[in-house]
Design a protein around this ligand. Structure first.
Ligand code: UD1
Ligand code: CA
Length: 444
């Protein structure tokens, strides 16, 4: 069995936040969930995973788990990563041959790389320790790995304890460490907090192992998979890295992004083939889009499902529960929420459509508003196939408009319109002849 320990009990003080660091979202989900999903998605030969997240006493267990199959162990005080691992190991009911340690603040990890690291570890003579190293452009405050040319590690020095010579080492500890379970348990029980921070450093297990004649090896991986988040500046950098990764993937899968840098995806965005996305488009959670859809500039889309050949925007807002059939066309300044729209229906200008079920081939005129809320409850609007809603109409819910019906422009509709009827719900027009001429003469 491979046991996974995710360390997430640190204070995260450098975030300057009331929200615990590991719950800060990146790419639309808490950073610790990225770590958990990368770990749980690993393919290894003897899997059976068991994952334990080490948390602080104040963290909400449900928020940390987010519905995932992980258990939690509480670290009463943040005495350091070594202390957190000791507590995590105690929570693993059975002894594990291989323990993979991850930090909850490294959301760019990916399953494939973790599987490879675990496999490499398991191929070495046991017991041993494998440390994933990286050479980031800016090594900053990462711990430095002191290793020989063969990759055998002498020790890991934390930045604050390092000499100038050690700080000049480009190879950094990513925080991903694999070790044999019994060895790890023995070593963490021997850690002492004799360092600048007064913490039990997990990284000291390397020097302790060496004293026992046990080897530690470094496996180097690209730094863009391993970035740790300690500050809001790191958070923004990780968001940028994730977005760049997703943009590249979507383009490889047949999506056109005219200005990739201005399009923001979410962890669960799903796009079909030959989708085209214009600049300045943001996707929130829960968006699924069919083939050949065009998203024009300036749209915000979340919790929505779009069929094939749909056009949205420019400047449209699709909110929770917008479900658009094939060939639907949504234009500028249209907001849609909790509304299902049948195929080939058009709402091209300046509308709010909420709590509505709209059929196929419907024309929603400019400025149509579904008045779905009376200040207390929401009510629904039904519009049948082929109906035509004239511009600037208010549809006061609950109301239904039959198939093929026409609503005259400027109407306030608050009762049922039968199929194929014309509804005119506005003041009849009066023309006062020569009135304007007399009016002007009076004021001249
Ligand atoms: C740690 C490593 C450093 C490495 C870096 C990679 C140690 C001593 N240092 O430093 O070598 O380069 O990660 O990102 O391991 N945590 C607990 N309990 C604690 C302290 C921390 O669970 O008592 C958790 C944190 O929530 C965090 C992770 O462990 O998810 C790492 O802790 P952090 O304080 O961020 O360590 P770094 O200073 O970044
Ligand atoms: Ca960190």
């Amino acid at each position: 069995m491979v046991a996974i320990l995710i360390l997430a009990a640190g204070q995260g003080t450098r975030m300057v936040s009331d929200l615990p660091k590991i719950l800060h979202p990146v790419g639309g989900k808490p950073m610790v969930h990225h770590v958990m999903d990368a770990a749980l998605g690993m393919q290894t030969t003897d899997l059976s995973h068991k994952a334990v997240v080490v948390i602080s006493p104040t963290l909400d267990v449900k928020a940390v788990q987010g519905g995932r199959a992980v258990s939690t162990a509480v670290q009463p005080k943040p005495l350091g990563t070594g202390d957190a691992v000791r507590i995590g190991l105690e929570a693993l009911s059975e002894a594990s041959q291989t323990v993979l340690i991850l930090c909850g603040d490294t959301p760019l990890l990916e399953s494939d790389f973790l599987s490879t690291v675990v496999a490499q570890h398991q191929q070495r003579p046991s017991p041993c320790i494998t440390v994933v190293g990286m050479c980031p452009e800016n090594a900053g405050h990462y711990g430095r790995i002191v290793a020989d040319a063969s990759g055998k590690i002498d020790r890991i020095v934390e930045h604050r304890d390092a000499s100038d010579v050690e700080r000049a080492i480009p190879l950094c500890n990513s925080g991903v460490i694999v070790a044999d379970g019994a060895l790890l348990a023995r070593l963490v029980s021997r850690l002492t907090p004799n360092n600048e921070a007064g913490e039990y450093y997990l990284t000291d297990i390397v020097a302790l192992a060496k004293k026992e004649g046990v080897n530690s090896w470094v496996v180097e991986l690209p730094a863009d998979l391993l970035q740790g988040i300690n500050t809001r500046v790191d958070l923004a950098a990780a968001e940028g890295a994730l977005q760049r990764r997703w943009r590249r993937r979507f383009m490889e899968q047949g999506v056109t992004l005219t200005d990739p840098a201005s399009v923001f995806f979410c962890h669960d965005t799903r796009l079909g083939r030959d989708v085209t996305i214009s600049p300045n488009v943001t996707f929130g959670e829960g968006v699924t889009i069919g083939d050949r859809v065009r998203i024009l500039p300036g749209c915000h889309i979340e919790k929505s499902t779009l069929g094939h050949d749909v056009t949205v925007g420019p400047f449209a807002h699709l909110r929770e529960g917008a479900i658009l059939g094939d060939h639907v066309s949504i234009g500028n300044f249209v907001e849609i929420k909790s509304t299902t729209i049948g195929s080939k229906t058009k709402a091209k200008h300046l509308s709010y459509l909420g709590n509505a079920t709209i059929g196929e081939n419907v024309n929603i005129g400019a400025g149509t508003i579904t008045c779905n809320h009376n200040g207390f409850i929401k009510s629904s609007t039904k519009i049948g196939d082929g109906a035509y809603i004239g511009s600037n109409s208010c549809l006061v819910a609950p109301v239904s408009i039959g198939a093929g019906a026409i609503v005259a422009a400027g109407s306030v509709v608050n009762s049922e319109v039968p199929e194929n009827a014309l509804a005119i719900a506005r003041q009849p027009q009066q023309n006062k002849l020569t009135w304007a001429t007399k009016f002007r003469a009076r004021y001249k």
